[in-house]
Design a protein around this ligand. Sequence first.
Ligand code: CU1
Ligand code: CU1
Length: 288
Amino acid sequence: MAYTRKDVTTLTSGERRRFVNALLEVKRRGEYDEFVRTHIAYYTSDGEAGLRTAHMAPSFLPWHRQFLLDLERALRRVDPSVTVPYWDWTKDRDATSAPWTDDLLGGTGRRSDRRVTTGPFAHSEGNWPLRENVTDEEFLTRDLGRRKDPLALPTRGDLEEALDDPVYDASPWNSTSRTGFRNRLEGWGSGRGSTSWRNHNRVHRWVGGVMVGGASVNDPVFWMVHAFIDLQWTRWQLRHPDARYLPATPPALGDAQHGRIVARHQKLPPWDVTPDELEDVSRIYRYA
Ligand code: CU1
Ligand code: CU1
């Protein structure tokens, strides 16, 4: 039986407690930091040589889908009733309501150093030391909405623009792809600074702190953000029933993207799975 991923605002107090406790236990077991390490290791951008799998590439969606499945399995080994909830930022746009409450993720960071001081992941609670980071900070940081230079969360309209694109992805298959559902959703826009951050990228920036950069997995909101992103892939498939993951075949020898991206039937490192095999997960989970 497929299990259900729910909107985080609909979780009961018991469901919230079990989700938080499972995360803390996965962290205590040392498994959580493996996820942070993997995400840092696969944070390859356009400017670097080699295969890009997690970001700035067509496999942005299947890579994070498999990554979420792995985390969810770790959580369900602790408590089989737990699934990863999603945060719908087009509807829940308030920095003090779910998921930013004391019974879920805690709130924004303090002014001086952005350190999160409320909720179960606050450094003072002792359960969430950052061991894998791209800075020396050992505490969770956030700056919801960016106090100094305010930024708005993306809107329903921004999401619709991505969902309306009937093509999965387009050449040159990177952060400069101007069309295609994948980059419209991943959110590398044209221009500089805040106007260029769309959808997924803009949400990372809005949360701030560790969510900006390769160590973003250190903030448990990462999973809720990516569950909502993952849900958009399912919605896009329903809207465009004949559309598939692209490219269907690898770029030819001599193409600048040859060996740099994963085609539909190629293995998606670090897993032994292809984008093709991840397009339909309805037997594993569904969204409520
Ligand atoms: Cu990522
Ligand atoms: Cu992300």
